[in-house]
Design a protein around this ligand. Structure first.
Ligand SMILES: NC(=O)c1ccc[n+]([C@@H]2O[C@H](COP(=O)([O-])OP(=O)(O)OC[C@H]3O[C@@H](n4cnc5c(N)ncnc54)[C@H](OP(=O)(O)O)[C@@H]3O)[C@@H](O)[C@H]2O)c1
Length: 320
């Protein structure tokens, strides 16, 4: 019996990581990445937590304190946030509670157990007028979402010196619903080619695969375990520049579908929260540390979207 218990102890990885937002688009990939790479991994979710993850409302300070003190993580990757700019504009107080106040509290609790915190931020902290942006460039968010994420950055750095802020651009990856990502949501407009569809051709984006960001988080955490000077602000991004129109054409191309029904709109959008025209992130700081991973967009998007392909005949031809 004792031998069995000792054997179990040996099998549990000694490095512990806690992931907030583990039910979300990025958090699911981050959970998988650490879990498959010999980390003792605990994920937290809120509305979708059960049955796989711990149910923790990040606005509940006692619940946050308890999970961190019980688990004693070496690393916390903070993915939970309200990330939809138009929702933030409509519910500014709730968004600020989650993106700023809850992040500050998490950073404080992380400091209490000596955990290294990775706070996920966004390229929307920049105004998009003079890309590419280095970590030292002065942020100037155009919309409330960017403002709350920037305030969150300041709050975590003030409350925990052992923090890395990781800024990333628009994400795509394996989705539960197409609406989960601003990239995958275009798929139905692409595949239902009997209807013409207007696509933004003004804002320059750098679609980034969640698996790549997850790998960057793990590499950053593992470097940090060896080198305590790893902290501060970092940038990571895919390197293929595309407007939404160009992404839609690339998606059509990836699935061998027509794209002539897609219409590029070159005017700046007039509805919704303001967006930066080009907030390209300079990633050389992480690259110099030997950290990074980039999946080509067409390969990544094919892998993410093929379960949503309506034309089953095509799917059978290509994948079976
Ligand atoms: N998506 C993008 O294109 C993008 C671009 C740049 C930066 N980012 C940043 O990347 C991070 C991850 O974004 P994402 O797209 O993965 O977000 P997401 O899919 O919208 O997921 C949000 C997560 O936050 C959790 N959450 C919401 N309210 C909570 C609460 N009160 N307590 C605890 N958890 C709560 C959700 O849990 P439940 O669903 O279980 O309620 C979910 O796991 C965010 O910091 C975001 O700002 C995202």
């Amino acid at each position: 019996m004792l031998l069995e218990m000792e054997q179990e102890d040996v099998d549990i990885p000694s490095r512990r990581v806690l992931i907030t937002g583990a039910t979300g688009l990025l958090g699911r990939a981050v959970f998988k990445e650490f879990n498959e790479n010999n980390w003792n991994t605990v994920g937290c979710g809120y509305r979708r937590a059960q049955p796989r993850f711990e149910h923790v409302n990040l606005l509940d300070c006692i619940a946050v304190h308890d999970i961190i003190h019980d688990f004693q993580p070496h690393v916390i990757v903070h993915c939970a946030a309200e990330r939809r700019p138009d929702v933030v504009e409509g519910q500014p107080d709730a968004a600020s509670q989650l993106n700023v106040a809850a992040s500050a509290n998490l950073a404080k609790e992380a400091a209490g157990v000596g955990a290294f915190l990775i706070y996920i931020s966004t390229d929307y902290v920049f105004d998009g007028t003079s890309p590419p942006y280095k970590e030292t460039d002065v942020p100037n968010p155009l919309n409330l979402y960017g403002k709350t994420k920037l305030e969150g950055e300041k709050a975590v750095l003030e409350n925990n010196e052992e923090t890395a802020v990781l800024r990333i651009p628009v994400l795509y990856g394996e989705v539960e619903r197409l609406e989960e990502s601003a990239v995958t949501v275009m798929f139905d407009k692409v595949q239902f080619s009997n209807k013409s569809a207007n696509m933004d051709h003004w804002q320059q984006r750098f679609p980034t695969n969640v698996k790549d960001v997850a790998a960057v988080c793990r590499q950053l955490a593992e470097k940090r375990m060896l080198d305590p000077s790893i902290k501060g602000t970092f940038h990571w991004s895919g390197n293929e520049q595309m407007t939404k129109y160009e992404m839609a054409c690339a998606i059509a191309d990836a699935f061998n579908l027509p794209s002539s029904h897609l219409r590029p709109i070159t005017d700046s959008p007039v509805v919704g929260a303001l967006r930066p025209k080009n907030a390209q992130l300079d990633c050389s700081k992480l690259e110099m540390l030997g950290i990074g991973q980039r999946t080509p967009f067409r390969a990544g998007i094919r892998e993410s979207l093929w379960p949503f392909l309506v034309d089953k005949r095509w799917r059978q031809t290509v994948f079976h």
